[in-house]
Design a binder for this molecule. Sequence first.
Ligand SMILES: *Cc1c(COP(=O)(O)O)cnc(C)c1O
Length: 379
Amino acid sequence: MIHTGAPAVGPVNVPVVRTSTVRFPDTETYAAQHHRRAAGERVATYGRHGTETHRALEAAVCALEGGHESFLAPSGLSAIVMVFLGLLSAGDHALVADNVYAPVRRTDKALLQRFGITVDYFRPGREPLAQLVRPNTRLVYLESPSSLLFEVIDLPALAQEARALGLIVAVDNTWSGGLFYRPLSLGAHLSVQAATKYLAGHSDVMQGVVTVDSPALGQRIQAAYDALGLSVGADDAYLVLRGVRTLEVRLTRHFANALQVAEALAGHPAVARVYYPALPSDPGHAVWRRDFTGASGLVSFALRSPDPSAGARVIDALALFGLGASWGGYESLALEAAPERLAEHGCWDRAPGAVIRLHVGLEHPQDLIADVEQALRRL
Ligand SMILES: *Cc1c(COP(=O)(O)O)cnc(C)c1O
């Protein structure tokens, strides 16, 4: 990640090449470039196709994910939309894990349903795919660990089942930043990330990326990107590439900090349950140990208090943890997981109290633990 997509000599960094179009010396060269692009080469004839700044970032993420090709998108959600619209047509059916990143359900309602694509939500590991597939099922869309409760799935087993049924498997890999988990090596065909989170790592840019394992899938993702008229600014691509250079250092620290915070929470009398797969008490721990090489800074915990306002009281008392959605930057954040969202998660059981999701940042772990402990004292 330090060297991939970077120049070997001269300036250390890839230049930020901003342009809305590309000029050619003569019509023959222009036609030849169009031809190469039509044949699937990642060459640009127009600004929307991106420049060498974009290609350098795509090369780095592709190496990280161990894929064939990567494609940038203007946000994580738009990368997910590229997967659905690139792979599904009217009349097709997809199976989506019920603990999926919640806005995917909005995309389903607002877009997929209107275009005749149907989605069923299922509980990974609890419902065999063979009982859920229809003759028109094309895609299984998963996330591991899931958003909010970080439920780990047995991807090798699920992917094997899906492949035997002729289905394409896509996995949202945002949680691991691509560093701690490689879905393509475990049977998935596509890996999607919100680069907004750990790849960028500094809470200053929105971006997404899709990595595919074959040229055929790449053409379909590229076609969706083109048809949707998407574009990623060169400055934004540069910011994410800059984040990628320090991904390993940052994530190692997020992991170390989060583990300490999770352990402190697990031993706290006000806490009913901690959701963090790196804790041996977590139901996903064994699969996490087998398939992952680390854990992210996301830790959720359920309060023992039955008081519905307890979650808000704890969050409002936190000083170092900002209150906000998103995560993956250097700073710590806290958010209450909405009960209606948690109710959609049928995969694992949960404790009855309010659930708070922390993103553990790069502050000193003792400062973070002290902050959480003083906030819990308000209960
Ligand atoms: C944030 C997030 C997304 C969406 O990314 P945006 O860049 O905010 O659109 C997708 N999946 C997961 C798991 C996320 O956490």
